[in-house]
Design a protein around this ligand. Structure first.
Ligand SMILES: Nc1nc2c(ncn2[C@@H]2O[C@H](COP(=O)(O)OP(=O)(O)OP(=O)(O)O)[C@@H](O)[C@H]2O)c(=O)[nH]1
Ligand SMILES: [Mg+2]
Length: 228
């Protein structure tokens, strides 16, 4: 079997598991958000801020993919939601079967959530190809990474329905052309949504949370035969 055949088989198995997850999430009315970015762009910090704003009104849960350490799941638990770390043993992305087994292990804690956040392994390339049964992918781009990232890593920014530009409090200190980034994102993902957020100052967090609420209501309002 060639390398191409093996990769195809892996992706097909992932698609099958993701389709089963999507059906289960649809039946449960859970909105699932797959968050992807380079290491250190601010995924966990954005989730901590989101949890502070939403946890009193919504049942939230988190799955955190990492190569090593329980640190991110601990941070989310400390912020007040059930969270589980998935250690990938060196792999640079999460796959749908890991999500299935994490949810099987967690049982009740993760049943009937309003929103499940999946923080993928910090990487702009590998997680792009793996469907986790999510409603949509969110790409984060911090202003400290450089404004060339959507040009250099177009696949993730075209697959993500939502891009969050993070660490905007640092804009005065770095060279980052917001206009050029927004225009490239519009080309890569026409009709996509872009939020600008600083988890440090809280700027933009309300709009991001309102976007999540809107998506959750939209998912639950859709007639059963159109849900997917
Ligand atoms: N100034 C500033 N720093 C931030 C902001 N958001 C996150 N940080 C800092 O950026 C660093 C990385 O943040 P994390 O949230 O851990 O990043 P991450 O994407 O979860 O990282 P990995 O899980 O390792 O991929 C931390 O030192 C945060 O305090 C922000 O809005 N402004
Ligand atoms: Mg993290």
């Amino acid at each position: 079997m060639t390398q191409v055949d093996v990769r195809k088989k892996i992706l097909e198995a992932n698609e099958a598991a993701a389709a089963r997850l999507r059906t289960a999430f649809r039946d449960a009315g859970t909105l699932v958000v797959n968050i992807i970015s380079s290491p250190g762009s601010g995924k966990t910090t954005l989730l901590e801020g989101t949890i502070r704003k939403m946890k009193d009104r919504f049942r939230l849960g988190g799955l955190d993919g990492d190569i090593a350490t329980e640190r991110d799941a601990e941070r989310l638990r400390k912020a007040g939601i059930p969270a589980r770390q998935i250690l990938t043993g060196g792999a640079c992305h999460l796959d749908a079967r890991q999500i299935v087994s994490a949810l099987d292990d967690e049982g009740e804690q993760f049943a009937g959530l309003d929103i499940l956040f999946i923080e993928n392994v910090g990487n702009l390339i590998c997680p792009t190809s793996y469907d986790l049964g999510e409603d949509f992918k969110v790409a984060l781009l911090s202003v400290t990474e450089g404004d060339d990232k959507p040009f250099k890593y177009p696949a993730i920014f075209s697959k993500a329905e939502v891009t969050v530009i993070t660490k905007t409090d640092l804009l005065p200190f770095v060279e980052f052309d917001l206009g050029a980034v927004r225009s490239e994102l519009a080309t890569l993902r026409p009709g996509g949504t872009v939020f600008e957020v600083s988890s440090k100052t809280g700027a933009g967090l309300d709009a991001w949370c309102a976007g999540l609420e809107e998506r959750l209501s939209g998912k639950r309002a859709r007639p059963a035969d159109l849900k997917g």
